[in-house]
Design a protein around this ligand. Structure first.
Ligand code: DC
Length: 218
């Protein structure tokens, strides 16, 4: 059994930035489970499906095999053996992932892959249901959050840096919609595990969050 650090929280709380750093500094593997849901979302979009086609999504998801690997320490995601890592970070894929991840068959498809990684390796795994559902016995559980305003502002600055036209109010609304969906779905909703430590990153630097989480480990 590997040493398992589970980091859950809403979109934009800084999970992936922080989880990546914690993993690197502890010499663990970083597992980004959101990227797995995004890879399945790419598959559904390639099939011409829309987020509301949940019945078809449930039917076709068996045809998609997701796996992960590492190139120079960076997680790569493969969909039916094709590296789709560069396709995952669009709003369209994010929205499809948020909706399709509520489908039971989609979650079932990724559960074993995630558990198997944690069984065999020391991991920092981030997502929405890692501490509550995937790794209930994780050694360390963190629920990382931040206010909607902070998360929207971070996303806005990130997009501006990439030269993408955007509007702060639209981003805040998008984040709120995604929170509502992720927290209210029937299967494995986003919530703080009873034994998870709450970390609110609204007024913290990345270094402070990383140090806080590292101090909980071993
Ligand atoms: O973290 P992210 O934005 O890359 O995740 C994309 C979507 O996938 C997110 O809206 C919710 C879903 N997700 C999930 O349901 N469970 C996880 N463990 C990780 C992500």
């Amino acid at each position: 059994m590997g040493y398992n650090v589970a980091i859950d929280g809403p979109a934009g709380a800084g999970k992936s930035t922080v989880a990546k750093r914690v993993a690197k500094e502890l010499g663990f593997i970083y597992v980004d489970t959101g990227a797995m849901y995004r890879a399945l979302a790419v598959f559904f979009l390639k099939k011409g499906l829309k987020p509301e086609d949940t019945k078809e999504i449930a039917e076709v998801c068996k045809e998609a095999e997701v796996s992960i690997g590492y190139e120079e320490g960076i997680q790569q995601v493969y969909l039916n053996r094709e590296n789709v890592t560069s396709l995952l970070r669009t709003e369209e894929v994010g929205n499809m992932a948020s909706v399709s991840s509520a489908v039971r068959e989609v979650r079932a498809q990724l559960l074993e892959l995630q558990r198997e990684l944690a069984r065999t390796k020391d991991v920092v795994m981030d997502g929405r249901d890692i501490g509550t559902n995937i790794l209930p016995n994780a050694d360390v559980k963190v629920y990382l959050t931040a206010s909607v305003e902070t998360r929207a502002k971070r996303r806005y600055l990130e997009l501006q840096e990439k030269g993408v036209e955007c509007n702060l109010e639209d981003i805040a609304r998008d984040i709120e919609e995604r929170d509502t969906r992720d927290m209210n779905r029937e299967i494995a909703p986003l919530k703080q595990a009873e034994d998870a430590i709450l970390v609110d990153s609204s007024d913290m630097t990345i270094d402070e969050v990383v140090d806080t989480i590292k101090s909980l480990c071993k």
